[in-house]
Design a protein. Structure first.
Length: 206
């Protein structure tokens, strides 16, 4: 993330900046974060790997066109609700277009019924995937902040390894394991919070 977006005094998110106009430089940075996330959602919805890039680009195009018109409506339409509808409708439209074009459906293509995931189910999936995605982004940041075995210690502990096992495998003391784990966890919470403030709209921070 560039220094300009990190130091915005009003903490305006990239999404809010992108809403100010389609040519805003925040768009390129925003799409860099959202493209892999949208790809993950489409995979969960059954989109074949061979079609993933095409469908993802269609969703991003819709996002680019429609985000400027998104309006914050408390208790009615959070951004993740709006995004789930956008992904769902884009995928349905794409599938119908394939049918109209009489495109041959391969064995690894989605079935139309798989597209019709309920909106509430899709929104919950997006919410859960987004939380995991933010944590993974934060972990990637930590790899540039911490040196040595710090992040590796934390990841191993999250995966269920004991302090004794980590100590033996990484040739460090158990005390160091506990110290590093605590430091990384504390910074991870901070980085995840900052990423959410940068990449979400206010209605999704509640």
């Amino acid at each position: 993330m560039n220094s300009q977006s990190q130091n915005l005094p009003t903490r305006i998110s990239l999404l809010e900046l992108a809403q100010s106009g389609k040519d805003h430089p925040a768009w390129e940075e925003l799409l860099g974060y959202y493209e892999p996330f949208i790809g993950r959602i489409l995979v969960h919805m059954g989109v074949a790997r061979s079609d993933l890039d095409d469908v993802c680009q269609l969703v991003l195009m819709r996002l680019w066109k429609d985000l400027v018109n998104y309006q914050y409506q408390p208790q009615r339409a959070r951004f993740r609700t709006w995004l789930s509808y956008l992904i769902h409708s884009t995928l349905v439209d794409w599938h119908r277009k394939q049918g109209r074009n009489q495109t041959t459906v391969s064995s690894d293509s989605i079935e139309f019924g798989e597209v019709l995931m309920g909106q509430s189910e899709l929104e919950l999936r997006i919410q859960a995937e987004w939380k995991e995605y933010i944590v993974n982004l934060a972990l990637e940041r930590l790899k540039t902040i911490f040196s040595g075995n710090a992040v590796d210690v934390f990841v191993r502990s999250v995966e269920g390894q004991s302090a004794a096992e980590i100590s033996q495998q990484l040739n460090i003391s158990e005390e160091s394991v506990y110290v590093l784990k605590h430091r990384v966890k504390k910074r991870l919470v901070r980085e995840a919070h900052e990423l959410r403030r940068e990449l979400e709209l206010p209605d999704d921070n509640r």
